[in-house]
Design a binder for this molecule. Structure first.
Ligand SMILES: Nc1nc2c(ncn2[C@@H]2O[C@H](COP(=O)(O)OP(=O)(O)O)[C@@H](O)[C@H]2O)c(=O)[nH]1
Ligand SMILES: [Mg+2]
Length: 400
């Protein structure tokens, strides 16, 4: 799942890290040379040292002389003054010598200064700009919609450029910044089980409406959700409100039979809103916790069918309107979710076929354009192939 985007982001991060490391290596080499230039040449240095040694000896002699004079009790003002001056001069000289010692290659502070330059890496604005187009293309190729890709590239620039990393932490640092950005885009879903139980306290069934285009996986997902809720001790009822598509009623009834879950249905061609309404009445009478309403697939461009959805919403007043989209469709899913959201105001998303999605960008795109949470990922054709969506897990799956 999502292996392609994971791989590409990994490569990109590696490349920009390498580039930034090369640049900082070059810069620290330059600095090293500058530092070296500050240190006088060896022969000159030796000469200077010799001269200093002589001066020091002379001063020592003078000091000894002065001491003898003092011992002889020849205390003159001049003697005192001379001694003080000599002592001050010696102290200053010693300090200067210490400073120079520190600047020598091999001495600790010099070494520390140079290596700290090597161990720290920054990505410059120019470097980032050189690599940002490639990043945008990687995102676009992996089903991240243009507006989302652009925002991610800008956000990463803001967080990354000029930031100092320890050399060994650059790659993981960039990945973690990516993770933060995705974390900001996606919203974790509320706890559906708690919401259902909360509504059931007043003996009201919780109603979930499933919408989306043909073949996106609505009916299969309803069966998976019903099975999942049942495993959590929440009783379910399925409403066969797709009265349009051939064999749709038989399909959902078959799931009902397999799972031991009741299905409410009318004839083909009947009003889907009234199927939903009847199912809710049945659930109320029979204390069923949750009603799952299937609907006929419709293209997001079919205005009259979208209006029919509005009617179902008006009559059934669902607690959650979930858009079912295919993880593999990318930009199409973005256009679909936008239209359904405009028509009925969806509350969340289920992405199906994540098991055959190598890319992974659709979750980012639909999450970003709707600002709505993804509740589940469909991960196969079996009833158990459904995963509650969690953004941290998603980020982990992308290797970030
Ligand atoms: N691989 C895979 N196939 C799925 C998944 N969900 C649904 N399908 C398949 O997608 C096809 C259409 O599903 P269906 O529920 O009939 O879609 P609907 O038209 O929206 O009701 C069926 O063949 C399903 O088995 C999924 O998560 N993974
Ligand atoms: Mg169906």
């Amino acid at each position: 799942m999502f292996a392609k985007l994971k791989e590409k982001l990994k490569d990109w991060t590696k490349n920009i890290t390498k580039k930034a490391e090369e640049t900082s290596k070059k810069e620290s080499k330059k600095e090293k040379e500058k530092e070296k230039a500050k240190i006088p040449s060896v022969s000159k240095k030796a000469e200077k040292k010799e001269q200093k040694k002589e001066e020091k000896e002379a001063k020592k002699e003078k000091k000894a002389e002065a001491k003898i004079l003092k011992e002889l009790n020849i205390e003159t003002e001049k003697y005192e003054e001379n001694l003080k001056k000599l002592e001050e001069e010696t102290k200053k000289e010693e300090e200067l010598e210490e400073e120079e010692e520190e600047r020598k290659p091999g001495s600790k502070s010099f070494f520390q200064r140079i290596t700290s330059g090597i161990n720290k890496v920054k990505v410059s604005e120019k470097e980032y700009d050189d690599y940002s187009e490639e990043l945008e293309n990687i995102l676009l190729e992996n089903n991240v919609a243009l507006e989302v890709a652009e925002r991610m590239v800008l956000d990463l620039k803001e967080k990354l450029v000029g930031r100092e990393f320890l050399k060994k932490e650059v790659e993981s640092g960039i990945k973690s910044l990516f993770g933060d950005i995705i974390g900001d885009i996606l919203i974790n879903p509320p706890d559906l089980l708690m919401e259902i139980k909360g509504k059931n306290i007043n003996s009201n069934p919780y109603v979930i409406l499933f919408c989306g285009i043909n073949g996106s996986g609505k009916t299969t997902t309803i069966a998976k959700v019903a099975n999942y809720l049942k495993s959590k001790n929440i009783s379910c009822l399925m409403a066969a409100a797709d009265t349009f598509r051939a064999a749709s009623i038989e399909q959902i009834k078959e799931h009902g039979n397999k799972l031991g879950i009741k299905v409410i249905s009318h004839d083909y061609g009947s009003d889907p809103a009234s199927v939903g309404f009847d199912a809710i009445q049945y659930a109320k009478k029979n204390s069923i916790d949750c009603v799952l309403i299937d609907t006929a697939g419709r293209m997001h461009t079919q205005k009259n069918l979208l209006r029919e959805m509005e009617k179902i919403v008006k009559v059934c007043k669902p607690d959650k309107k979930l858009f079912i989209g295919e993880s593999i469709t990318g930009n199409d899913a973005v256009e679909q979710v936008r239209s359904f959201n405009e028509a009925i105001g969806i509350d969340g998303i289920i992405l199906t076929k994540a098991d055959i999605d190598e890319k992974g960008g659709t979750a980012l795109s639909v999450g970003y354009v709707t600002k709505k949470p993804i509740f589940y990922l469909g991960t196969g054709q079996e009833y158990n192939d459904i995963e509650p969506f969690n953004k941290n897990k998603f980020i982990e799956k992308l290797g970030l």
